[in-house]
Design a binder for this molecule. Sequence first.
Ligand SMILES: Cc1ncc(COP(=O)(O)O)c(C=O)c1O
Length: 421
Amino acid sequence: MNYSTDKNFAVQQDANDPLKNYRDKFYIPVNKDKKKQIYFCGNSLGLQPKTVRSYVEQELKDWELMGIEGVTEARNPWLPYHEFLTKQTAHLVGAKESEVVNMNTLSVNLHLMMVSFYRPTKERNKIFIEGTAFPSDQYAVKSQLRFHGYDENSLLEIFPKQGDTYIKTEDILEVIEREGDKIALIMFAGVNYYTGQLFDLKKITEAGHKKGCLVGFDLAHAAGNIDMQLHDWNVDFAVWCNYKYVNGGPGAIAGCFVHERHHANKNIPRFEGWWGNDKHTRFLMKPDFVPIPTVESWQLSNPPILQLASLKASLDIFEEAGIKNLREKSKKLTGYLEFLLKENKLTEKLEILTPLDSEQRGCQLSLRFFGNGKEVFKKLIASDVICDWREPDVIRIAPTPLYNKFEEVWEFVEIVKGVIE
Ligand SMILES: Cc1ncc(COP(=O)(O)O)c(C=O)c1O
């Protein structure tokens, strides 16, 4: 795409943007003078869709009027309520409907998945993970190792090579080829939270399977950001939170994918609860568990309806906008940010840690400022740019295609210029 530094270019892009009306479907935070802020923090907490309130109020109303009768008689009956989100969730991550469910929260789902898919043996007991994974994933993985009687010798980590800011795909594949026979589980992020690197999920999965490993992903920074084909890529499992790009609300109920080839496998251990039991016999209150023949068999508890309602409001927007269209705009929007940083010679004052290839990143650019980055960050916040700081030294900037504009990217770069001077 041919970008220009002229502000009119940004204005034109916004005017011609087929997704431009989606911004109006969100509440954009304002400063104390009621001026809209530049919100580039959808990678941390997505904004509130204006429809959330009515979705949640519908359930509050039915609870008010019906009490327990709402389980079956509410306008959107609570018993099957989670099913009203299945189609949209499947489309969001490229899965079959039988392969996705929203339940619990991310770290909980990651543990539940490892109960099923980390099955170490004497010869094959390693977990392969990016060394820069989000801390909760590292804690989860290490505690699973200990739970099975292994120690950190069974943890295989990969870091960016000296002088690189992110991990090269060929290096990941090389480790799998070399160590694969000892790896029980490959557990990577979809998009790394710190660098914004998008891993090649398809190639990692293929390489892992060739060596007999199981392969799962934490898609916290990929869901709602990247278009994926989890089913076709044969990914074994995936988990993600819905409060970042998916805009489900603070602490939103999380997502989970299990490939259909595992659904009927009786040899997979699983922690069981009544909500995973066959729907026809669940209320017969029998003592023996009969699994639902889908990913839903991993559900433990009846889900929080108000949480599901909030998430449904957002998923309905994604369903309408289409993740492929959003990704197309996202590449242009983040590409424009990269272009402006370079054209304005800001790359002499900062380093972009994120891959410059748009196929290897999502919305986010991770910027490491030379000098006092924390000071730059504080000044950005004071200038009504909402972004975030990640220790030790990175400012994460994530223009999201649902509610950000090209003009905001242009303004942001002007603000950075001012702040640095
Ligand atoms: C990549 C990644 N994994 C895991 C988590 C933990 O999520 P939760 O607190 O929802 O379990 C986060 C939270 O931001 C994250 O970014």
